[in-house]
Design a protein around this ligand. Structure first.
Ligand code: C2E
Ligand code: CA
Ligand code: CA
Length: 844
């Protein structure tokens, strides 16, 4: 900022005219240069801040003025710095000349209003006014207004909450105020509820909306004028055309206006009026009672202590076919009973028993309920309520239909809807009843049945036919059983039979065989001739179980066995069957999810090339780490996987996993994978192998597939086709477990195998049994002449190794070299060119 020379105007010296003008100003006045120095000021300015005149000079800096005013105690809660900063800020803020800036700040209890006016290029003009009084007055006014507001609000709330409508009119008959109740009472629109609304308009509005006094609006106004004339307060009751009764209290005011309260007394008046018509009401009540009594669906009657009828309704008369004269008050109970008996309304138990029970009821002091069955088939439910005076009231309800429906529901709940045979629930009930008899050593048999391949019938011939088959089977079962036996359908194609009073087990066996034979006979269903077989499992009490639960379960276990032994037969339960079955079920369930849960892994066992004395191949062997049972042998789970079909998915996984693993091995080492015959049923097998090789980038000639003789037992054509496709790809095929089947040798002619693996059972008695050695020798010779290499499995001892080596066997596999190893340990085997070290050999 450029410094300008100080202007010549000063105070108090200088131009007397200016001095006078400044002194006549009603407020303090100061002018400041742009570099914030005092240029001009008047006496008021000094007075306002109580500045001694000798301490204020022209040219003094703003900072010095701040120091002075703080020193004098004008700003008890401010330091020099904050005050100075505040001034600077004010002056900067009004650098826009158009806007004078005002501020009020208290100086030692007084309020000074400063107005900064900017003079561009020159500095600032500041006026200083003492506004203490004004501020105080404003504060008092504000406060007064506030308290008046609250008072008004309170008054308003009180008035609006009155139960009476309240209104005040002035001398000009214009509305001053009215409350919410008044507005609601006459349903006034907002323009008539406003201050200034005319009384006559309100009265007219009320008339137009049905709130006219019954004796006319004119009369109301006349009454109103009359009220106005009198000087004391009065209350009148006005009956409106809409039926309302309003009590109006009129209070004239000194200024010619009035206050009135309007109170709706309709309900109160009616209550009072009601008291007078009690008699009339009672008659009405009686009419209503009669209507209710005759409209009841139950029969109702009331007798007094002399057994005379007081009242009865129409349904009562209808139930007991009573003529009109027997429903008249005073009719005796015995007259009514005599009529009933004479007209065939006879209780099933006979008249005497009934009369006795009636007597019992009548003298009983408590509420009783009884169902009386009549010879005409009806069932009547009677509720008997004794009364204090010795009489009674009873209700009679015909529940015949209801009972029939209940019986039907009961039947449906315990019978199969399709065959109408007992269902599982009823069968269990019957079984439970037997428990005590079983405990008394009565022989009982439970037969569980299930139809063979029933699903196929449903799938091919439709559900309607399937249903018909089930009905026919149900009938046939009932045909072979005695009436005392219970034949039930447990659900689906499962049936069960409970045979009691069994003479001996042969009886159960005979029954089962009759069932198997009869069910197997051709039947007509859905326009087809259908033949269906059944399998039966038998459990005998007490030997195979003492309670329903165990017997049913064991019969089911035996059924499972009968089915697995080729269906269409029966099987008795045997001890141990259960555990085997449980185990098998556990395996089945577990296998379904094992793959997805990653419970499988592969281990690899080397095959030694005996000429080169190094590893030439590794056989992939599957391992299942069951989460609860631990390691489960493939010998145990592979057959189950084969039966349930999951082997297809598992086998594919093994192929892919083994091919991947082999890529980490030296090129001369192949991988051998075992294939199950079930996998060959799947037409995608060749594609699976190709894709496993491609995905792993493994040359086909590094894969060996091991198959067993059993594969060649059935479906030879398709199987041989598949095997040839493999050979064309360059994949090698080995005949596994050779020598365990009946016609091993003949299979060797059917396909040009690359390798024969002599089963490990032949190695067991090498050195002891001459026969075994002879067979091994023959197989090795045969293989050589057919151009197939030979592998001896299960080599555990040096002696066995020496023997097969001598016979010219090409390869050997067994614990002598190595047990199957996890994939991670395999690479260590190739440390010395694939020859196994002694340490590794000892591992076997
Ligand atoms: P295998 O194909 O004959 O496999 C050789 C079996 O002999 C393996 O049993 C192996 O551990 C065992 N073994 C190896 N050296 C010796 C030895 O010196 N002495 C004796 N006593 N046994 C030896 P493992 O791994 O329990 O496999 C049993 C069978 O399970 C296999 O017989 C094979 O038929 C089947 N299997 C294993 N993995 C698979 C697979 O991935 N797929 C199919 N389909 N079957 C498999
Ligand atoms: Ca094998
Ligand atoms: Ca084998």
């Amino acid at each position: 900022m450029q410094h300008k020379p100080l202007p010549s105007q000063t105070f108090p010296a200088g131009d007397p005219l200016l001095t006078a003008a400044l002194a006549s100003m009603p407020y303090g006045f100061s002018i400041w240069s742009e570099d914030r120095r005092l240029i001009l000021f008047n006496q008021h300015y000094l007075d306002m801040y109580r500045f001694p005149s000798e301490r204020v000079r022209v040219g003094m800096s703003l900072l010095d003025i701040c120091k002075l005013t703080v020193e004098l105690g004008n700003h008890p809660d401010m330091t020099v710095e904050t005050l100075h900063a505040l001034y600077l800020q004010r002056q900067d803020q009004c650098s826009n000349p158009a806007i004078p800036l005002r501020s009020q700040k208290p100086i030692r209890g007084r309020v000074v209003k400063t107005t900064h006016i900017c003079r561009p290029g020159l500095g600032w003009m500041v006026t200083h006014e003492d506004v203490t009084e004004e501020v105080e007055q404003q504060r008092i006014a504000d406060q007064r207004e506030k308290s008046l507001d609250t008072q008004n609000l309170r008054f308003r709330a009180a008035v609006d909450n009155m139960r009476q409508g309240l209104c005040m009119f002035d001398a000009d008959e214009r509305l001053v105020i009215c409350n919410q109740t008044y507005i609601e009472l006459y349903n006034l629109p907002p323009e008539l509820a406003r201050t200034g609304a005319r009384h006559i308009d309100i009265v007219n509005y009320r008339s137009e909306h049905g709130m006219r006094p019954v004796n006319g609006a004119q009369s109301f106004m006349a009454q109103h004028w009359q009220l106005q004339e009198g000087e004391e307060s009065r209350t009148v009751l006005v009956e409106l055309a809409n039926g309302k009764l309003i009590s109006i209290h009129h209070e004239p005011m000194a200024d010619g206006g009035w206050v009135a309260t309007h109170y709706d007394v309709t309900d109160e008046v009616q209550r009072v009026a009601a008291l007078e018509t009690r008699e009339r009401e009672l008659a009405l009540q009686n009419l209503r009672f009669d209507a209710a009594v005759n409209n009841m669906s139950q029969g109702l009657c009331m007798f007094d202590r002399q057994e005379r009828l007081v009242i009865c309704n129409e349904p009562y008369a209808a139930i007991y076919h009573l003529p009109r004269e027997l429903t008249a008050p005073g009719t005796t109970l015995s007259e009514i009973l005599a009529h009933r008996l004479a007209h065939g309304i006879v209780p099933v138990g006979g008249r005497e028993a009934y009369m006795a029970s009636r007597k019992q009821l009548v003298v009983g002091a408590t509420h009783a309920k009884e169902v009386v069955e009549f010879e005409d088939g009806r069932a009547i439910c009677v509720h008997h309520h004794p009364m204090a005076d010795g009489g009674w009231v009873s209700t009679h309800e015909d529940i015949t239909e209801q009972r029939k429906i209940e019986a039907r529901v009961q039947h449906l709940a315990r019978h199969d809807a399709l065959t109408d045979l007992p269902n599982r629930a009823l069968f269990r009930e019957e079984m439970d009843k037997l428990e005590t008899r079983i405990q008394r050593n009565e022989a009982v048999a439970v037969l569980c049945l299930d139809l063979d391949h029933f699903k196929a019938i449903n799938d091919t011939l439709g559900h309607a036919t399937g249903d018909e088959v089930l009905v026919n089977v149900g009938k046939r079962l009932q045909q072979v059983c005695r009436d005392t036996d219970i034949v039930a359908r447990l659900g689906g194609d499962e049936f069960a039979i409970l045979v009691h009073k069994l003479e001996n087990p042969m009886h159960a066996a005979a029954l089962a065989s009759r069932i198997v034979k009869l069910v197997a006979e051709p039947m007509q269903a859905g326009g087809h001739q259908v033949v269906i077989g059944t399998s039966v499992g038998i459990a005998m009490a007490p030997g195979d179980g003492q309670n329903a639960e165990t017997l049913l379960r064991n019969a089911d276990t035996a059924l499972y066995r009968a089915k697995s032994e080729g269906r269409g037969n029966y099987h008795f339960f045997e001890k141990g069957m259960d555990e085997a079955l449980q185990h098998r079920r556990m395996l089945e369930q577990g296998l379904k999810v094992a793959l997805a849960r990653g419970e499988f892994r592969l281990v690899y066992q080397p095959l030694m090339d005996l000429e080169q004395n190094r590893i030439c191949c590794l056989e992939a062997l599957l391992r299942w780490d069951h989460p609860e049972r631990g390691l489960i042998s493939p010998m145990e789970f592979i057959p189950v996987a084969e039966e349930t079909g999951v082997i297809t998915a598992i086998g594919e996984w093994v192929l892919r996993e083994a091919c991947k693993a082999a890529t980490a091995w030296p090129d001369y080492v192949r991988v051998a994978v075992n294939l199950s015959p079930v996998q060959f049923k799947n037409r995608g097998l060749v594609d699976q192998v190709v894709s496993a090789l491609n995905d792993a980038s493994l040359p086909a000639n590094r894969l060996e597939l091991e198959i067993t003789e059993s594969l060649l037992l059935a479906d030879t054509e398709l199987t041989l086709q598949t095997l040839h496709r493999f050979r064309e790809l360059g994949v090698r095929i080995s005949m596994d477990d050779f020598g365990t089947g009946y016609s091993s040798l003949s299979y060797l002619r059917s396909f040009p195998f690359d390798k024969i693996k002599i089963d490990r059972s032949f190695m067991k008695d090498v050195g002891e049994q001459k026969d075994s050695m002879a067979i091994i020798k023959a197989v090795i010779g045969l293989g050589r002449s057919l151009g197939m290499s030979t592998t001896a499995e299960g080599i555990e001892t040096e002696e066995q190794l020496a023997a097969i080596r001598e016979e010219g066997c090409d390869e050997a596999q067994g614990f002598l070299f190595s047990p199957p190893l996890p994939a991670s340990s395999v690479n260590a085997l190739f440390g010395n060119g694939g020859a196994l070290t002694t340490r590794q050999r000892k591992l076997g």
